[in-house]
Design a protein around this ligand. Structure first.
Ligand code: HEC
Ligand code: HEC
Length: 487
């Protein structure tokens, strides 16, 4: 897929980070020049050290690229919505890489209200526990265990020096503890380094009276907040909550919003094989919670699996594998920097904000499935402003899928949130009209673009926003080639 927005480089945020990198190393006591603790500086060194992976080619920073708000770059992952990793960098992952920006504000998982926790299913209890996992995940950095990670650390002089400067050398005799310390250092980096949370968007400066939002951007904000229009703020709050002094555009809760299946994820293929070399995927996790009526073999159902809390987590999240009512729920992500982090959702089903918005407001009215006997045609007065009936829910061969929420077993379709705007089931509010028309969708996108960090109030003209902010970009994710690879 060719997205012009991937070419964009987030200037200010990147410059901030690079300044930090430039100042790295040296100092042996007191605060480092840019204010990072020695622990965070060690974490920074580990975060960008590809020699700690089995391939020698992958670090945290390979999948969490600073210029892309710390998301992956599909352009370097053969256009896939999920990253490649493993010893030979040819094993596709299961989920779209989330932005790490603002993730240090995430509260610990709360099993009562289903809030917080790390990963899209909250399965890691802290940033530090999360940071241990990629090192030993077979389709990511792919070490066989903590001992192999420690051996690689011992062979990487700059990282070893930074690590020993904080934790000493003794701990290397206890690889499990050493890996925990590496996690703590990386978590300190993600928490302290300002470029993970600069709050430097146009919206932030506007709130402080140092920037002007255009009329369109202000209309977009109003629609974003309006409970009968976008209602986005209900899950992506535009007002600050208890987690930060600033609005984070996530409330860290979980929801099942019925996203279409993405046929370019290898695990979703009718016969899961690598899109790179056609070799069967041997590492697709077994699922116990898929009912017998399931259409397909593999489902990513978020909170209820297939991924379980790490075995070595000191505060393990409660297992939700048998709580089937939460199947399909994923953590609400922040919308800060959303314009530069395509593709969207846990499965990368959509390539542009235009598609995201079109899908949100027409999800339940223009699909051509058994769930919806009377699809509302595109272009009709009360219909979808853009998209032909049957666009979003497709089977592997591209034809309309028989079932609407096709990334969930049919038995769990009732888990999908249908009661809240912007979803518009035919019966909702007594009508079939989408809650947003074409122009209103443009307005919301214009507002979402103001959440891009790197605005300079002394030089507004230099604010660099990606292509989809200046002209509608409507790119469907490339499902056909990947799906045919599975035949
Ligand atoms: C192969 C690509 C890849 C590598 C390498 C990688 N990540 Fe990730 N990261 C992902 C993906 C994909 C997810 C989402 C996985 C999930 O939800 O199950 C993720 C999730 C996360 C999250 C959770 C964010 C949230 O909102 O809960 C954090 C934090 C994170 N990664 C940090 C790191 C760190 C630190 C490293 C290095 C030790 C790292 N990642 C290495 C791809 C990668
Ligand atoms: C009922 C809660 C809810 C409402 C209302 C809601 N969202 Fe979301 N949104 C979510 C959840 C949950 C996800 C993540 C789902 C997933 O990845 O499976 C999400 C994901 C997104 C994403 C993708 C983020 C990423 O990093 O991939 C965008 C963009 C988005 N929402 C925009 C909006 C906009 C714009 C509105 C208003 C028109 C809106 N949302 C309304 C719950 C909601």
């Amino acid at each position: 897929m060719k997205h012009r927005e991937y070419m964009w480089l987030g200037r200010a945020a990147v410059l901030g980070l690079l300044t930090g990198l430039g100042a790295c190393g040296g100092g042996n006591s007191g605060a480092a020049p840019q204010g990072l603790s020695q622990t965070a500086l060690a974490g920074q060194q580990l975060f960008f050290d590809a020699s700690l992976s089995a391939s020698g080619k992958q670090s945290c920073g390979t999948c969490h690229v600073p210029s892309r708000a710390f998301t992956a770059n599909p352009a370097t992952d053969q256009g896939l919505p999920v990253p490649l990793g493993g010893p030979n960098m040819d094993l596709p992952g299961f989920r779209n890489t989330p932005s790490l920006m603002y993730s240090s504000f995430t509260p610990p998982f709360d099993g009562t209200g289903l809030v917080g926790g790390f990963f899209r299913d909250g399965r890691a209890s802290s940033l530090a526990v999360q940071a241990e996992q990629p090192f030993v995940t077979p389709f990511e950095m792919a070490n066989s265990g903590p001992a192999e990670v420690v051996t690689r650390l011992q062979n990487s002089p700059a990282s070893l020096q930074a690590f020993e400067g904080v934790y000493g050398s003794e701990v290397l005799n206890d690889p499990a503890t050493a890996l925990q310390d590496m996690g703590l250092a990386i978590a300190a980096f993600e928490t302290e380094e300002p470029s993970f949370h600069p709050f430097s968007s146009k919206y932030d400066y506007w709130l402080q009276g140092q920037a002007q939002l255009t009329t369109q951007e202000q209309q977009g904000l109003a629609l974003f907040n309006n409970p009968v229009k976008g209602n986005c703020t209900a899950c992506h709050p535009s007002q600050r909550q208890g987690y930060s002094d600033h609005a984070l555009f996530t409330d860290f809760t979980y929801d099942n919003i019925g996203i279409p299946r993405n046929w370019s994820i290898a695990a979703n293929f009718p016969k899961p094989v690598s899109p790179i070399d056609g070799v069967p995927l041997s590492y697709v996790p077994a699922q116990s919670n898929v009912p017998g009526d399931a259409e397909y073999g593999y489902y990513d159902m978020g909170l209820c699996g297939p991924f379980a809390p790490p075995a070595d987590d000191p505060n393990p999240r409660v297992s939700l594998a048998t709580t089937t009512t939460v199947c399909g729920q994923f953590k609400v992500p922040t919308l800060r920097n959303i314009a530069i982090t395509a593709p969207y959702y846990h499965n990368g089903a959509f390539g542009s904000l235009q598609q995201v918005l079109e899908w949100y407001v027409t999800r339940d009215i223009n699909n051509d499935t058994g769930n919806n006997p009377n699809p509302v045609a595109a272009g009709s007065a009360d219909g979808n402003p853009y998209v032909a009936v049957g666009t979003f829910y497709t089977a592997a061969d591209g034809t309309a899928d028989q079932f609407e929420y096709n990334d969930l077993p049919v038995d769990y379709d009732a888990n999908v949130n249908v009661g809240e705007v912007p979803y518009t089931p035919p019966t909702f509010g007594g009508g079939q009209a989408p809650t947003l028309d074409a122009e209103e969708i443009e307005d919301i996108i214009a507002f979402l673009c103001t959440l891009t960090d790197g605005y300079d109030p002394s030089n507004p003209a230099a604010y660099d926003v990606p292509a989809q902010c200046t002209a509608p970009v409507n790119v469907l994710t490339p499902t056909s080639s990947a799906a045919s690879a599975s035949r």
